[in-house]
Ligand binder design. Sequence first.
Ligand code: IPM
Ligand code: MG
Length: 356
Amino acid sequence: MEFNIALLKGDGIGPEIVDSAVAVLEKIGTKFGHSFRFTEYKIGGDAIDATGVPLPQETVDGCLASDSVLLGAVGGPKWDTLPANIRPEKGLLGIRAAMGLYTNLRPAKIYPALADKSPLRADMVKNGFDLLIVRELTGGIYFGDRGRREGKYGPEAYDTEAYSVMEIERIARVAMSAAQKRSGKVISVDKANVLETSRLWREVVHRVAEEYEGVTVEDMLVDNTAQQLVRNPSQFDVLVTTNMFGDILSDEASQITGSIGMLPSASLGDGTRGMYEPIHGSAPKYAGTGRCNPIATILSGAMMLRYSFDLAAEADCIEAAVERALNEGCRTNDIAGPEHRVLTCTEMTQAILDRI
Ligand code: IPM
Ligand code: MG
């Protein structure tokens, strides 16, 4: 089959890690007889430098015309002082909205070979964990009304959280269907002891859950969830939550796997076209040093094959190659122990290619 993939390399280590994933996809194409056509578009700081805006129309058009999008990362100190509407992050939020990608799937699992890299004590991760955070991606406080005004104590700033029934229903459905293919256990994360949006969230999530046979939903407050993730991560399977809570909890979940450099993500809407990106950032201090870990982006490529192109065997093949490389002691800087030779990003990519 033939697929058109838009590449948004972005900033910092973005170009290096996207090149790694492209090399892996090309190898998969050769092995399984598919052709992947890649077209690059600008986003983030890279786009600001070239065009003055973080999300040029050409990028939006190119992504909407593609079969799926692979993104590196955006942002860096160079653009930190720009006004809010032309910051690199605005490009990322903008492309998610323009493509209607309201679902963000962020799996976090611990690889047995890396268990000793987890900051959690060995007895806490001895049962392993394999969880999926389903984060709502185009609503809530990241997209709500915001601004500056005169308040009771003088000048103030505000951001608003709003969720419609429709937005909660559609993300709840994604979580319930995902759970049906896993253990059937969903934890819905909110702050219903304080927030009205959370109270609506709870109501709607439970109503939707009734339509799904074999699925049970339990509610957990977000502060408690943050605790439970570091106390007993094995208790979780599917978590569903709002944009901001999902942003925060997914970083926490990634850290307990041992390295944020390992975690892929998929952003999806109603169709099959999605955007795939590592959950880590642009790590500007590692840009150009070869010290970054390409695995999160390579695994994002695998998620693209699985979720957008329905190529499960091909995705399995990438995931197995990554696991084999780890089992055989291949390590980038972020996951190496004293006994390992540290591989560069290119060497790790080659190690994975060799195992495909
Ligand atoms: C993420 C990032 C983004 C987000 C930022 C860069 C806008 O933190 O993908 O988790 O908050 O969604
Ligand atoms: Mg984040």
